[in-house]
Design a protein around this ligand. Structure first.
Ligand code: PMV
Length: 327
C-alpha cells in the first residue's frame, strides 16, 4: 500500500513580503501541482527521491546522497523535515520511501517548496493511517517552510493546502477568506532561480534599520490589498490591474525587483496587460500579468520577446488531496 498526495503551487497577486508583517495578501492556487508518493519501508530508514535528479537515504542520524551529490542533501531537506515532523507528531518510528514529482518550476516564486511540504505531510499521514484536517496539514508543514524561507508568513503552504483565491493575513491563521472569482493570469518566468529566504531576510534587515520607509509602506500595501478585495467584489478588472502596477512599485522600492523582472513588467503593460508585477520573493523568478482574453496572446508574445517564458495559469480550487493506492 502507498499513499499519494497532490498539492498546487501559487501566484501572489498582491502583498508578498509585506504579508510577513501581517499585511493582508491576495493569493491564488494554480493548476501546476506536485505529486508526492509515500510507501512504508521494512528496514526503518528514510529514502527520498525527486524527479529533478536528487535522492538521499537517511538512517541512524546519517545522510547518504544517492543521486545529485551534496546539492541533493540541501534540496531534499524540507521534504525530510516535513516527513520527520509527521512521524514525530504521531509518535511513529516507521521507515518510508518518498518520491517527489513536480510540475512547478523550483525557486522562481511559484510556491514549489510549500507545495512539496504540504503534499509530503498529507501523504505521510495517509500512509501511516492517520486522517488529518487541512488545518493540521498547514501547521505541520510550517517547520519545513521555516527551513526554506527563514521567517515565512506561511502563505505558500496555506494556499497549497486550501486551494482557491484567498485573502489572508498572518493573524487569520487557518481562516483565510475565499474570493469566488476567476481572472486571466499569465506568468512570465525570467528563468533566474534565487532564494526567497535571502530576500525575506534582506527586507527584514531594512525594516529593523527603518530604511526606505518600509514601515510606512506597510500601510500603503494594506490599502492596496483592501482596495483589490473591493475591486474583486465588483469585478473591476481595470482597478485590479492598476493596483498590481502600484504593488510592483512598492516591491521595487523595498529592493526585491531586478532588471529582468522590470523588463517583463514593462513589456507586458505595453502589450496590453491591465497590470503587471513581480510575484513571490523577487530577485528573479516570475512576474504576473492580469490580462483580458483578447490581449493574452500579445502578453505571452511580449514575455517571450523579452527573454522570459510565458505560462497561462488557471485557478486550482481543490488544494491538497491525498489517497491510498494498492501497489
Ligand atoms: O518566492 P515564494 O514563492 O516562495 O514566495 C514567498 C512569499 C513571501 O511573501 C516573499 C515570503 C512569505 O513567506 O510570505
Amino acid at each position: 500500500m502507498r499513499a499519494v498526495a497532490v498539492a498546487p503551487g501559487k501566484v501572489i497577486l498582491y502583498g508578498e513580503h509585506f504579508v510577513v508583517y501581517n499585511v493582508p495578501a491576495i493569493v491564488m492556487a494554480i493548476d501546476r501541482v506536485v505529486k508526492v508518493s509515500v510507501s512504508p519501508r521494512e528496514d526503518g530508514s528514510l529514502r527520498i527521491c525527486s524527479d529533478l535528479g536528487f535522492a538521499c537515504e537517511y538512517s541512524d542520524g546519517d545522510v547518504k546522497p544517492i543521486m545529485g551529490g551534496k546539492k541533493a542533501v540541501t534540496f531534499l531537506e524540507p521534504v525530510r523535515i516535513a516527513a520527520r515532523t509527521v512521524l514525530e507528531y504521531f509518535n511513529e518510528k516507521k521507515g518510508l520511501s518518498i518520491d517527489v514529482h513536480s510540475a512547478i518550476p523550483s525557486s522562481v516564486g511559484l510556491g514549489s517548496s510549500g507545495a512539496i511540504s504540504v503534499a509530503t505531510v498529507a501523504a505521510v499521514s495517509k500512509v501511516l493511517g492517520h486522517e488529518i484536517s487541512k488545518e493540521q496539514v498547514w501547521r505541520l508543514s510550517l517547520r519545513a517552510e521555516r527551513y526554506v524561507h527563514v521567517t515565512p508568513s506561511g502563505i505558500d503552504p496555506l494556499v497549497s493546502t486550501y486551494g482557491g483565491l484567498l485573502v489572508w493575513r498572518i493573524q487569520d491563521g487557518t481562516k483565510p477568506k475565499k474570493i469566488n472569482r476567476d481572472i486571466e493570469i499569465v506568468v512570465g518566468n525570467t528563468g533566474i532561480q534565487r532564494s526567497t529566504g535571502k530576500f525575506v531576510s534582506m527586507v527584514g534587515r531594512k525594516k529593523t534599520k527603518k530604511i526606505e520607509g518600509i514601515s510606512q509602506l506597510m500601510g500603503v500595501m494594506s490599502w492596496i490589498s483592501n482596495l483589490a478585495l473591493k475591486a474583486f467584489k465588483e469585478m473591476d478588472i481595470v482597478t485590479l490591474g492598476a493596483l498590481m502596477n502600484m504593488n510592483h512599485e512598492l516591491l521595487r522600492i523595498i529592493g526585491v525587483s531586478n532588471e529582468s523582472l522590470d523588463r517583463l513588467v514593462e513589456a507586458t503593460r505595453k502589450a496590453g496587460a491591465l497590470g503587471s508585477k513581480l510575484t513571490g520573493g523577487g530577485g528573479g523568478g516570475c512576474m504576473i500579468s492580469l490580462t483580458t482574453l483578447s490581449k493574452r496572446a500579445a502578453v505571452c508574445k511580449a514575455i517571450k520577446e523579452n527573454g522570459g517564458q510565458p505560462m497561462i495559469v488557471r485557478k486550482n480550487n481543490a488544494g491538497v488531496k491525498a489517497w491510498l493506492v494498492k501497489n
